[in-house]
Write a protein that binds this ligand. Structure first.
Ligand code: FAD
Length: 417
């Protein structure tokens, strides 16, 4: 059933009794051509583009919980294409273009809002760095504008511009950046994939990966064994654990990233704003809550909740940047398990096992990547060749040290990326 104004009107007049479930609840079949492990944003998008772009039919997504229960439903929803390094630039640029037509593509309102992202800078050196980044973005075909302090003040009058330690010098404005409703993205891809015949199997945990003679043959699950010609591991924070089921070691550490939301307030912040002197970023949701986050908790963990020291750090950064935030009551906080690589950039690659593929290492920035990640992982699985915009993102760079994409310049310490 398509979502459109006519159907909303018709259902409104007839008691909303005609809506059908957004997707089926099929029983797993004994065999699929393609199995995707993980029903997060990336797994669902991969399944959708396998069916849509490559015409494949016999596909299943196996999800141990329910659709949207992982990081796809836990993130702070920022979508942007403001990367600096070749490899990341073209990939995120491709992703943002897919975002711009996603609602029509999926026939689903993902509430993509290009409200603009402003990265603040607080010193001359930082201004130079952002000017370079902005030039790279423009060279890539994306938008960037360097704002003076006064221009930032016009956009964001509520900031503390003359904070003694962190005075604001200006900002880099990326107008096509913004936010989207996170779980709607999962639901939109799930519904669209289901309509193309993909089996979405919830409450189906993969407990083992069957490999014979170096070739993947299928998976063991909490709902029995399932054979498969090809398997993609797309499980974000659980990447190293699931890879281990096939005897693989991957360069991923799992860390917790927390997020916070306040009570609903009248519209106050109409951009995404990032602080340049601490890890703090903020936007306002359509319900009115201020949504914000900061650094990773500083040690590896599989807990989906964070710790008080990082909470204090984030609140302090928020107070330094916009003291008015102190009046808002924090309603909720939560954590998600993020899959950190040593250089902070992702991996979409074949593994040493034939027909077993991985899409992982999204760190704290994989929400904006969902469309392009699904697009490129589907391309890799269907064609056995990397997609042009993801070809640098292989495991090889961690074996050889060549081609590392370290946007932050913080080396191999996962929690600093
Ligand atoms: C607090 C927070 C804020 C963030 N903010 C942003 C942001 O503003 N912008 C941005 O771009 N990114 C952000 N991110 C990162 C982004 O959310 C992730 O990189 C991205 O969602 C990860 O991909 P995914 O959606 O596929 O992951 P997930 O939704 O976690 O999907 C993985 C799925 O695999 C399933 N799974 C795991 N093991 C198994 C198994 N054995 N069998 C079957 N299924 C299994 C899990 O249940 C899960 O549903 C943030 C992350 C967090 C935690």
């Amino acid at each position: 059933m398509r979502y459109n104004a006519f159907n909303i009107f018709k259902e409104g007049l007839t008691g909303n009794k005609g809506w059908r479930p957004a997707w089926r609840e099929p029983e797993p079949k004994p065999e699929y051509d393609m199995i995707i492990i993980g029903g997060g944003g990336h797994g669902l998008a991969t399944a959708y583009y396998l069916a849509k772009n490559h015409g494949l039919k016999n596909i299943a997504v196996l999800e141990k919980g329910h659709i949207g229960s992982g990081n796809i439903g836990r993130n702070t929803t920022i979508v942007r294409a403001n990367y600096f390094l070749p490899g990341n630039s073209e990939f995120y640029s491709h992703s943002l273009k897919l975002w711009e037509t996603l609602e029509t593509e999926l026939n689903y309102n993902v509430m993509h809002s290009q409200r603009g992202v402003i990265n603040l800078f607080h010193s001359d050196g930082q201004r130079d760095t952002f000017a370079r980044r902005g030039n790279m973005m423009i060279n890539q075909g994306d938008d960037a504008e360097l704002l003076t302090k006064e221009a930032v003040r016009e956009e964001l009058p509520y900031l503390d511009f003359d904070n003694g330690r962190f005075p604001i010098y200006g900002g880099l404005f990326h107008k096509r950046g913004g936010t989207a409703r996170h779980d709607a993205v999962a639901w939109g891809y799930a519904r669209a994939a289901d309509q193309l015949g993909v089996d979405l199997i919830q409450k189906c945990e993969v407990t083992g990966i069957d490999v014979l003679g170096g070739v993947v043959k299928g998976v063991q699950t909490s709902r029995g064994p399932i054979r498969a010609k090809k398997v993609g591991i797309v499980v974000a924070g659980r990447s190293s654990q699931v890879a281990e089921m096939a005897g693989l070691k991957v360069p991923i550490e799992s860390h917790v990233l927390q997020a916070f939301v306040t009570e609903g307030l009248k519209p106050a912040i109409d951009h995404v704003v990032t602080f340049g002197m601490g890890h703090f970023y903020i936007s306002q949701s359509d319900k009115g809550g201020l949504v914000f986050g900061g650094d990773l908790d500083s040690y590896a963990s599989y807990a989906q909740r964070g710790n008080l020291p990082m909470m204090e750090h984030v609140m302090e950064a928020g107070m330094a940047l916009m003291p008015a935030i102190g009046k808002a009551k924090v309603l909720r906080s939560w954590g998600g398990i993020v899959d950190m690589t040593p250089d902070g950039s992702f991996i979409i690659d074949k593994t040493e096992i034939e027909n077993l593929y991985m899409d992982c290492g999204w760190c704290y920035g994989g929400f904006k990547a969902v469309p392009a990640s699904g697009w490129c992982m589907a391309h890799l699985m269907a064609e056995d060749q990397p997609h042009e915009v993801a070809k640098r993102h292989t495991f090889e760079r961690f074996k050889t040290g060549c081609g590392i994409m370290d946007e932050e310049g913080t080396g191999s310490q996962h929690n600093l990326h």
